[in-house]
Design a protein around this ligand. Structure first.
Ligand code: ZN
Length: 337
């Protein structure tokens, strides 16, 4: 018998910049009115998701996978994720998918690359991330990149707290996509709802936190490490991606990014879309439903159908095969490269 979709029970994080959008938009049962992050697909020790399996009618499926943590499942059954490639597979689940709901500004920050993190962060991976903007208020902005021409100038501007002058701030709107390579200065700002696909790591170096207090104290800054990992001058790069493929019924598949770490697609389904041929991956696929409701049916067996709806996240195992999406759905998928 082929493996079923692994639905995820997300982990929520309250944040100094959080709010209620995760409840208002997705109906999640959030822990408080300052909830900022939904760790939707995560095997990270700081927020390990619980696996849920279910039958077509929504009742829990009789499998021993239900209730297990994603990290444990990944350790115990690598072939479920990697199929024939399980032997050389990474020891840690490689991707972390979050929804970020910013009611206030996130700190101005940067993440290290793999080489720097391996050396300075106990062998952890670096963090390249990317953002699909689910929604944004009319005047919302984000920060990507900086204006310092050299490390000396960067240090001086940081020392003198000339952050407005240092960073590049740009308008953001629903449907935008940004690729934030390790080493890129960035900040998500108030009034944005973002689906983030990133390397499975939790290392952030803060340049500036707007002199805010959390429990009466400022959050830690990491100025030395910031200086180490930020290249000067900043060189914006084109996002590596493939073209949009449109289908006659209005459905489309838009490749948002394909980098050496992961690939991310936006899939819009009108009535029906078959995922077959080269779109069927030999390793696992992460699926996040951002809007609408419908179903996913395994192509080989039309009796195997699972209802899916807005706010649900799942992993399709390596042997899942071709499938049909029905309904009206906005979905983001991702996979390891
Ligand atoms: Zn970040």
């Amino acid at each position: 018998m082929k493996a079923q979709p692994l639905f995820m029970e997300p982990v929520f994080k309250e944040m100094i910049w959080g709010g209620t959008a995760l409840r208002d938009v997705f109906g999640y049962d959030i822990p408080g009115d300052d909830t900022g992050e939904c760790w939707a697909i995560s095997a990270h020790e700081n927020g390990d998701c619980t696996v849920r399996t279910r039958n077509a009618d929504g009742t829990p499926a009789p499998t021993d996978l239900d209730g297990i943590k994603l990290s444990a499942l990944y350790r115990e059954m690598p072939a479920l994720f990697w199929g024939d490639a399980a032997e050389g597979a990474p020891a840690r689940f490689p991707i972390l998918t979050k929804i970020l709901a910013a009611a206030d500004d996130l700190s101005i920050q940067v993440h290290p690359d793999d080489a720097y993190a391996h050396e300075h962060e106990n062998g952890a991976d670096g963090k390249t991330e990317c953002w699909y903007v689910i929604d944004a208020k009319p005047d919302a902005t984000i920060i990507i990149g900086h204006n310092a021409s050299s490390k000396e100038e960067l240090k001086q501007m940081m020392d003198e707290k000339r952050f407005k002058e240092l960073v590049r701030e740009i308008p953001v709107k629903k449907g935008d996509f940004f690729f934030i390579e390790a080493g890129t200065v960035h900040a998500i700002k108030a009034g944005t709802l973002i689906l983030e696909t990133q390397q499975n790591t939790d290392i952030t170096y803060r340049l500036y936190d707007y002199d805010r207090l959390q429990n009466g104290k400022p959050r830690e800054l990491h100025l030395e490490k910031c200086l180490d990992v930020i290249p000067c001058p900043y060189q914006p790069k084109k996002v590596p991606h493939a073209e949009v493929r449109a289908f006659s019924n209005g459905s489309y598949i838009r490749n948002l990014v394909t980098c050496g770490l992961f690939g991310v697609n936006l899939i819009s389904v009108t009535d029906e879309l078959k995922i077959c041929g080269k779109d069927v991956r030999k390793t696992f696929t992460i699926v996040s439903v951002l809007d609408g409701e419908g179903a996913i049916t395994r192509a080989a067996d039309s009796a195997e159908t699972w209802q899916i709806r807005k706010g649900e996240h799942m992993i399709l195992p390596a042997d899942f095969g071709a499938y049909t999406l029905t309904g009206n759905l906005q979905i983001v998928t991702s996979w390891p490269e």
